[in-house]
Design a protein around this ligand. Structure first.
Ligand code: PLP
Length: 453
């Protein structure tokens, strides 16, 4: 055992998304500090954080303005809440700023502490909405296979990844999972992208009709499916899906927890992919992850029904102690100020040209079946045979091995389901750093090829 922290980690810390018995055998990877796009581990290694932590630390790891915003707010008012008509200046200012940058139909913001809470709250709002409209049967939610929406009882039910359900008796709310818009893997022989999205829309409609449209409340979708493997919908997908939803009076929730705040090149992923949500969930880059904060943005139509519900029940009976926490809100306000001053969407758009070029070039690598990306998010799908798209046995964990090789080259990558490796660097990355990052990805792929040879 290399030091007391590592020993105490094994002794006391129960780790999320970790194989608990393997953790007893391995040394924990302890991060001690950060600067720009880099983090240091407790062995003194300086690594590029190619995943922005968990798709979240958009402004890197030492943005002094966010530290100052938190300090100032802590000194002024470290806590107050939003229950029973009370409010705080940071929560008001943040909500106003969010509605100003959101798509035009967004009217109100409900602040929470995480992405999972935002998704949970969105579902509660949808249920409350349909009860207020006297449609008590309209409650089921449609999600997608390979979706990631969080881990609470409701958001975990919506997540479409087996390891989030197994052992937890999930799904535990009424949910159906429809097809994944991953043309590379799910497209049929001879099918064009257009035919593929037609088929997905048709399958969705058949599922809705089979279930009874009067029982279906909402469809939830990440604009780009992140944790499921960075799956980018083909052009026209959301418009076709939305036509089906509109026909059956089903709300669209866009889960912007990863895509929100310029990751895809527009302020929100739904704008990049031309989706028109009724509700949007946000978190992560909202505060550049410097404080835990999330939110649900809702349209005027949804809000009006909620007012009716609140009149009926005497109040909108839901809230978290820390929802809209003044320190988190102050940090989020400063994050949004920085995005505006640095014209973050233009920055991402211009840098994404190099990002996509370097990503595309890796499609030539013998191990890469597909290189896909948008804005500053991307993934490489690993295959054994480029022609047939055959994968290595998933038990070989090739993507995870590549992430380990990357770490030996001082780069943090993430293996995702479907044997892909994801890349999602801090938005502040520059050209030079991007090139270094991709050089290291290439080294890791070459190491993997050599090991497989
Ligand atoms: C799209 C999406 N929704 C929700 C969540 C859950 O967020 P949190 O981990 O903050 O609960 C995540 C987390 O990665 C996510 O990617």
């Amino acid at each position: 055992m290399r030091n007391a922290h590592a020993e105490h980690d094994k002794k006391y810390v129960l780790h999320p998304y970790t194989n608990l018995s393997a953790h007893q055998e391995l040394d924990p990877f302890i991060i001690t500090h950060g600067e720009g796009i880099y983090v240091w581990d407790d062995q003194g290694n300086k690594l590029i954080e190619g995943m922005s932590g968990l798709w979240c630390a958009s402004l890197g790891f030492n943005e002094q303005r966010l530290v100052d915003a938190a300090t100032k707010q802590m000194q002024k008012l470290p806590f107050s809440h939003l229950f029973s008509h009370r409010s705080t200046e940071p929560a008001i200012e943040l909500s106003q700023k969010l509605i100003e940058i959101a798509p035009d139909n967004m009217a109100k913001v409900f602040l929470v502490n995480s992405g999972s809470e935002a998704v949970d709250m969105a579902i509660k709002i949808v249920w409350y909405y349909n009860n207020a409209l006297d449609r008590p049967k309209k409650k089921k939610i449609i999600s997608r296979k390979r979706a990631y929406h969080g881990i609470t009882i409701a958001s975990g039910s919506l997540t479409g990844l087996p390891y989030v359900h197994d052992g937890f008796d999930l799904p535990a709310i009424p949910v159906m999972h429809t097809e994944t818009p991953h043309f590379y893997r799910e497209g049929q022989t001879g099918e064009t992208e257009d035919q593929f999205t037609d088929r997905l829309a048709q399958t969705l409609e058949e599922q809705i009709i089979a279930e009874d449209p009067d029982t279906i409340a909402a469809f939830i979708a990440e604009p780009v499916m992140g944790a499921g493997g960075v799956l980018i919908p083909p052009a026209g997908y959301f418009q076709k899906i939305q036509t089906v939803l509109d026909k059956h009076d089903i709300l669209l929730i866009c889960d912007e927890v990863i895509c929100g705040f310029a990751r895809t090149g527009e302020m929100f992923g739904s704008q990049t992919f031309n989706a028109k949500p009724d509700l949007m969930t946000i978190a992560k880059q909202l505060s550049s992850a410097y404080q835990p904060i999330g939110g649900v943005m809702i349209s005027e139509k949804v809000y009006e029904a909620m007012v009716k519900g609140s009149d009926r029940h005497g109040m909108f009976g839901s809230g978290n102690t820390y929802g809209g926490h003044p320190v988190a809100a102050a940090v989020a306000i400063e994050t949004l100020n920085i995005y505006k001053e640095r014209n973050i969407t233009d920055h991402v758009k211009s840098l994404s040209v190099l990002f996509q070029q370097r990503l595309d070039a890796l499609a030539e690598h013998p191990l890469v079946g597909q290189a896909r990306g948008v804005g500053l998010i991307g993934a490489l799908e690993i295959v054994k045979d480029k022609e047939t798209k055959e994968q290595y046995p998933l038990s070989d964990k090739v993507a995870a091995q590549i992430a380990n090789y990357a770490r030996a080259h001082n780069l943090i990558l993430r293996p995702t389901p479907g044997d892909s490796v994801a890349l999602c660097p801090p938005l502040i990355i520059n050209d030079k750093e991007l090139n270094i990052m991709f050089d290291r990805v290439e080294l890791a792929l070459n190491d993997m090829s050599a090991a497989l040879a």
